[in-house]
Design a protein around this ligand. Structure first.
Ligand SMILES: C[S@@+](CC[C@H](N)C(=O)[O-])C[C@H]1O[C@@H](n2cnc3c(N)ncnc32)[C@H](O)[C@@H]1O
Length: 406
């Protein structure tokens, strides 16, 4: 199955998961109950971090999923051993069975998060009385508990996820608290996220820490990662990698055209000043209203080796110099332009800019609040002059109300 088709399937399920029963059932029928079970099992295994359980690799344990749909039961087995694998079917002697309604499980795993401890399933332990078998497989309890945890609405801390998934966004840099602030409100939405720079450079199987971090932080998002090296071995359900050189203008343009629009774009690639500027110019137009563009490692704006400068701080050829030019665009409607001025597309759609050490986050929207009325004096007035102005009936009536109609 192509990655594109796999993403279409999971997107269908993600969108259906916040709809009504009919919509959910129709999506399951379209994707197929077995394929839906596979997708959900993959999410549960991903969220469970089974490799962290002490002794989990001593003996594999088989967890049977028994998922009711359309009067039948879909079987899927998760085998947790040295690594966790799963496939359609029935285990001969499962250590535990998780019974659930397939549609309810879909809602719990891919829908907007439920209450933190909501239960949508029943667990059957098969070896409670069989002490001999249970003895060597006691880790079945934490395995099942962690799988079940993936159906609840527990929110994980982004800094912790960064550490665990191997990204440098916390620890080397300290970006995650800022990302929590800006990305947190979007967390439970169906999103399309693009990150430039996957990590690990020429080693195809190395890197991908931040892609895995975003996947966990945004349980309903599809994540696209771009790198100049082939990173195909890092692909997972909801993570797609694309190979290409971001300093190639044509490739940069094709990203937005072929994959956009995006809810979030993060630039963590070469950190060359001209590359960041080109990425912003090409991809900010493909950020959806309400979405965000984040630029990382802006310290290189001051490093000549990256095309930056510590002397010419306002040069628009440096990252920070260029980003600073955007700030006046926030107030483009208020600027006085004797010789006329056409606002740029960025002026018209940049609605917020936030700067932190080495990081900036830009908000996209419609920047058209309207300029201050022409009769408002552009000359600063003294308090005496202000007091002499007749501010009109409307204002005095409002104040009268506040004063209890006095
Ligand atoms: C700092 S790492 C990304 C780290 C990752 N985002 C994380 O937080 O785990 C930068 C990556 O950008 C890639 N890169 C550098 N120059 C590039 C270019 N011109 N086009 C695409 N990728 C590039 C490198 O191969 C490297 O893997």
């Amino acid at each position: 199955m192509t990655i594109q088709r796999a993403h279409e399937e999971i997107l269908k399920l993600i969108l259906a998961a916040e709809g009504g029963a009919e919509q959910i059932e129709a999506a399951i029928r379209e994707v197929g109950p077995e394929r839906t079970a596979h997708i959900l099992a993959d999410e549960l295994v991903n969220r469970a971090d089974l490799h962290e359980i002490p002794g989990q690799d001593a003996a594999p344990v088989d967890i049977q999923l028994a998922l009711a749909f359309d009067g039948a039961t879909v079987g899927h087995v998760i085998r947790a051993g040295k690594s966790a694998e799963h496939e359609a079917g029935r285990a001969e002697e499962p250590h535990a069975t998780i019974e659930a309604d397939l549609a309810e499980l879909l809602r719990a795993v891919l829908g907007p998060w439920r209450a933190p401890e909501a239960q949508v399933l029943r667990i059957v332990w098969h070896d409670l009385e069989n002490t001999e078998r249970l003895g060597g497989t006691m880790h079945v309890f934490p395995v099942v508990k962690r799988l079940v945890r993936g159906t609840t609405g527990r929110h994980e801390d982004l800094g912790e996820l960064s550490l665990r998934q191997g990204s440098d966004k916390w620890g080397l840099h300290f970006y995650t608290p800022h990302y929590e602030r800006h990305f947190g409100p979007l967390r439970d939405r169906p999103l399309k996220i693009l990150e430039l720079g996957i990590g690990g450079y020429g080693n195809p199987a190395s890197g991908g820490g931040s892609l895995r971090m975003w996947k966990r932080f945004f349980p309903r998002a599809v994540i696209y990662g771009v790198d100049v090296f082939d990173k195909a071995p890092l692909r997972e359900q909801r993570i797609h990698t694309i190979e290409g050189d971001l300093s190639d203008e044509g490739f940069l343009q094709s990203l937005g055209r072929d994959l956009g629009p995006f809810d979030i774009v993060i630039d963590d690639a070469s950190h060359g000043n001209s590359d960041l500027i080109a990425a912003f110019k090409s991809l900010f137009p493909y950020v959806r209203p309400g979405g965000l563009f984040a630029a990382e490692d802006l310290q290189t704006s001051y490093w000549p080796g990256y095309g930056g400068s510590s002397r010419e701080l306002s040069s628009p050829a440096t990252s920070m110099g260029f980003l600073k030019t955007l700030l006046d665009g926030l107030n483009h409607e208020e600027r006085e332009h004797p010789e006329g001025h056409e606002p740029s597309q960025t002026d018209l759609t940049l609605t917020g800019a936030h700067f932190y050490p080495s990081l900036a986050v830009f908000e996209k929207g419609v920047n058209a609040e309207g300029a201050s009325a022409s009769w408002i004096p552009r000359q600063k007035m003294s308090y005496e002059e202000m007091s002499a102005v007749d501010w009109g009936e409307g204002l005095t009536a409002d104040h009268a109300d506040e004063d209890g109609g006095q």
